[in-house]
Design a protein around this ligand. Structure first.
Ligand code: GTP
Ligand code: SPV
Ligand code: MN
Length: 580
């Protein structure tokens, strides 16, 4: 017996009987344990040492070449009733899914070590936090979980107090895509993942628990589990406004979360609370309070450079694990967009040859503790969370969608979120660059029927004065030559300022059929090589094009049939009518 929680003891024993590991290790989360695991991983070659002079504590992991991203077609929600999973999910009946997984897990840990990893999503003492235990046969997963979550003894103590935890079972298996599934059993608070070592498929605290399982629990308990970054924007007067923003995978959350304002924004500062996941709960004051359930970043490497994200570069100089990046002659990690240096080895460990494509995999990633971040907000550890003033939706749209607009009110904001679309990226396998609907950036992550999810969002409309204002941004508009029209990154501060000032009722706006857009003089262009003509284009709303978009949105929403909330349909019709 290793814990006073009998349910956990019994489950660990059951899993051991099924998977037949050679050893069982209960992880305490200590530095010593971490160091020993790293030493083992170096020995097996699962981790490679990077330059320890310039990058102390930094290691490289090269994954199996066919295991480099989330695989949405192998990810399932196994609710009793297929309609509870909805069109937005793959579904299997729980018994069928369990049978399939039982076959895969039978004997799968023979000769291997089985790690029992207790973790807490969110500050250990926060009532908003939730715990889980991941059982895995991958030491790489354990060292990543230690950076990404509050892992070990403190989490186990909380589990012993709360008596509730999510059960996550993971085995690396043969890494054969034909024998790979990521199954979620929301009603049982269970996750089973087989055959992949990749982040979102294997670090079960992240997307599997903190979004798919948590979104299901959140609906039952009156809160929200969202694919959002959280930032505090400090004004020169010292006031902090907290924003949460949902952009699809690889669409700029990590970058916005640690933005450095441009030179003309003296006195402004951006503080990072979280970069990927946000749990929101109404407080007694009627506002929405947010925690970041994670404790680290699993961030996209390519595009992270001194110009675009100096804060990220600074935090990657020590104690970071890199997955599928390239290396330089000095044995430093390298990826496209990092520097002008040339790599010598690509992500597969081959001699670098541009003929073979990018040196770093387009979805190569870094894992690092959030405490490494130079602008980490200390209040992120607060049990209460932080109060959110604005929710921002956004995606990659090369045309149509303006740089920024604000919804009329909460229900309209829910429509704006529900009708989001974005060009697909390398964060999931499949074709990239195709526009698809990705409501609230949750298409791959909502653990239940989207129609019920939108109804749940709408149900928050009771306290309209206290609720966050809802905005939509698009950093990715392109001109006729295919170049980005907006410089993005630190310059996005100019748009954040508008949002902060709108939240403080300091600015008017121009009303359009799709929402409020800034008056042209209200976006500060100081020090930017952008003229008002380009800004006008970035803010224009062309009714004819939006009429088509609204028709597509209607078609999309109607797929959800009778379950679609009437109020959401009404919002869509209202906008469509305003356009004619
Ligand atoms: P996930 O971790 O997959 O959820 O991604 P994310 O939403 O955190 O995206 P991230 O910030 O890692 O950015 C993904 C890619 O978009 C990187 O290559 C960035 O360099 C690029 N990017 C981020 N912000 C901007 C921006 O404002 N403009 C442009 N053009 N590119 C951006
Ligand atoms: C994403 O794909 O949105 C990520 C990386 O943040 S993963 O952990 O793989 O989901
Ligand atoms: Mn993400």
């Amino acid at each position: 017996m290793n814990t006073t929680n009998q349910e956990l003891n019994v489950w660990v024993a059951d899993v051991a009987r099924q998977t037949q590991p050679a050893h069982i290790v209960w992880c305490d989360g200590s530095q010593n344990e971490y160091d020993n695991l790293v030493a083992e991983l170096l020995e097996t070659g699962d981790l490679l040492e990077l330059n320890q002079q310039t990058h102390p504590g930094c290691y490289l992991h090269r994954s199996d070449p066919n295991d480099v991203a989330r695989m949405e077609h192998l990810t399932y929600i196994c609710s009793t009733d297929a309609d509870d999973a909805g069109l937005n999910n793959n579904w299997l009946a729980p018994t069928e899914a369990h049978n399939k997984m039982d076959d895969l897990f039978a004997g799968s840990m023979q000769g291997r070590t089985m790690y029992v990893v207790p973790y807490c999503m969110g500050p250990i003492d926060s009532p908003l936090s939730r715990c889980g235990v991941e059982i895995t046969d991958s030491a790489y997963v354990v060292v990543n979980m230690r950076k990404m979550t509050r892992m070990g003894s403190a989490a186990l103590s909380r589990i012993e107090r709360d008596q509730v935890f999510v059960k996550g079972l993971h085995s690396t298996g043969e890494l054969d895509p034909e024998r790979r599934f990521i199954m979620h059993f929301p009603e049982e608070l269970q996750i089973q993942s087989y055959g992949s070592g990749y982040g979102g498929n294997a670090l079960l605290g992240k997307k599997c628990h903190a979004l798919r399982i948590a979104s299901h629990q959140a609906r039952q308990e009156g809160w929200l589990a969202e694919h959002m970054l959280i930032v505090g924007i400090e004004s020169p007067e010292g006031e902090k406004t907290y924003l949460a923003a949902a952009f699809p995978s690889a669409c700029g959350k990590t970058n916005l979360a640690m933005l450095i304002p441009p030179a003309s924004y003296a006195g402004w500062k951006v503080w990072t609370v979280g970069d990927d996941i946000c749990w929101l709960r109404p407080g007694e004051d009627g506002r929405l309070w947010a925690i970041n359930p994670e404790a680290g970043f699993f961030g996209v490497a390519p595009g992270t450079g001194a110009e675009t994200n100096p804060n990220a570069l600074a935090m990657l100089n020590k104690d970071a694990i890199f997955t599928n990046v390239a290396v330089t002659a000095d044995n430093e990690p390298w990826w496209e967009g990092k520097s002008d240096e040339k790599p010598v080895k690509d992500w597969l460990g081959r001699d670098y040859d541009p003929e073979n494509g990018p040196a770093a995999h387009p979805n190569s990633r870094f894992t690092v503790s959030i405490k490494n971040c130079p602008c980490y907000a200390p209040e992120s550890e607060a049990a209460s969370g932080v109060p959110i003033s604005a929710i921002i939706f956004g995606g990659r749209r090369e045309s149509l969608v303006p740089l920024i607009f604000q919804s009329f009110d909460w229900p309209h904001g829910v429509l704006v979120g529900a009708s989001m679309a974005s060009e697909t990226t390398a964060a999931a396998t499949g074709t990239t660059g195709i526009v698809r609907r990705d409501p609230m950036a949750m298409k791959p992550f909502c653990g239940y029927n989207f129609a019920d999810y939108w109804a749940h969002w709408l149900s928050f409309a009771d306290q309209p004065d206290k609720l966050p204002k809802i905005f939509h941004v698009n950093w990715f508009r392109k001109d006729e030559q295919g170049r980005f029209m907006w410089p993005g990154f630190g310059e996005n501060m100019r748009v954040l300022e508008w949002i902060v000032r709108r939240c403080a009722d300091q600015l008017g706006a121009r009303q359009t059929p799709i929402g409020y857009v800034p008056n042209i003089d209200d976006i500060n262009l100081d020090g930017l090589p952008i003229d008002t003509y380009t800004l006008k284009r970035l803010l224009e709303v062309v009714a004819e094009n939006w009429t088509d978009e609204l028709a597509q949105i209607q078609q999309y929403l109607e797929q959800y049939g009778d379950r679609l909330p009437a109020a959401l349909k009404a919002e869509q019709q209202k906008v469509a009518k305003q356009l004619v």
